[in-house]
Ligand binder design. Structure first.
Ligand code: AP5
Length: 209
């Protein structure tokens, strides 16, 4: 959990490295569908480009299909899901059905004032998905991915007006999930306003060993 640009994807990659978990980002799943021009991609693109959430029914259906894959049999890490109370209820039902339970809901927090700079400076690799930041995490060669040497791009929803709308949407529709998971006793928070080493150090304190 966490607002747009708080560092969910960056932290998730570290957790994946530490725990060997499959990292499932609903944003990445949608962007893959858009790249492949699938029916889900065509439907989702309209919402994503505006900075709105994709409707719950479509999102839950896509996630449920992904969780059916064999690589999720030993557990998984969700990034950007759930984002509404209805999605949280749907996740609980899916977990009950498959015999899983949530260990932790991790909230990545960053003050809003830092988010604009982080998102406007973000560059992504359209081929391998690696994420950079021209201010804080630049690629070795400007504009070129360190991993696969493809040309880096900016996400279409990282424009200032769309970022502001995504933040408003987060506050209204997603922030209530913090209370939801607090009441279940599984909410943990880390502060990602400092450097990444400081953020990653907090993971050891809040995640099960
Ligand atoms: P999604 O891709 O999930 O976007 P988001 O939630 O807006 O989050 P971001 O990916 O923008 O940021 P992040 O928190 O992962 O930060 P990152 O690690 O990249 O979703 C996109 C869209 O898809 C949504 O708007 C919605 O339309 C749709 N969607 C997805 N899931 C959905 C759902 N469940 N329901 C309905 N619709 C859904 O970091 C940001 C930048 O900061 C990077 O450049 C990074 O390098 C840098 N950075 C990170 N940490 C630090 C640090 N400590 N210091 C300096 N720089 C840092």
């Amino acid at each position: 959990l966490g607002p747009p640009g708080s560092g969910k994807g960056t932290v998730a990659e570290k957790i994946k490295e530490l725990y060997g978990l499959v990292h499932i980002s609903t944003g990445d799943l949608f962007r893959n569908c858009i790249r492949q021009n699938t029916p889900i991609g065509q439907e989702a693109k309209v919402f994503i480009d505006r900075g709105d959430l994709v409707p719950d029914e479509l999102t839950v259906r896509m996630l449920a299909e992904r969780l059916d894959n064999d690589d999720c049999a030993d557990g998984f890490l969700l990034d950007g899901f759930p984002r509404t109370l209805d999605q949280a209820d749907a996740l609980e039902a899916l977990m009950n059905k498959s015999g899983f339970s949530l260990d932790v809901a991790l909230n990545v927090s960053v003050p809003d004032r830092m988010i604009m700079e982080r998102l406007s400076g973000r560059r992504v690799c359209p081929e391998c998905g690696a994420t950079y930041n021209i201010y804080s995490q630049p690629s070795l060669e400007p504009g070129i991915c360190d991993v696969c040497q493809s040309e880096l791009t900016q996400r279409p929803d990282d424009k200032d007006a769309t970022i502001r709308h995504r933040l408003d949407t987060y506050a209204v529709r997603t922030a209530p999930l913090l209370d939801y998971y607090e009441q279940q006793g599984i909410l943990r928070s880390i502060d990602n306003s400092g450097d990444l080493a400081a953020t990653f150090a907090q993971l050891k304190e809040v995640l099960p060993q």
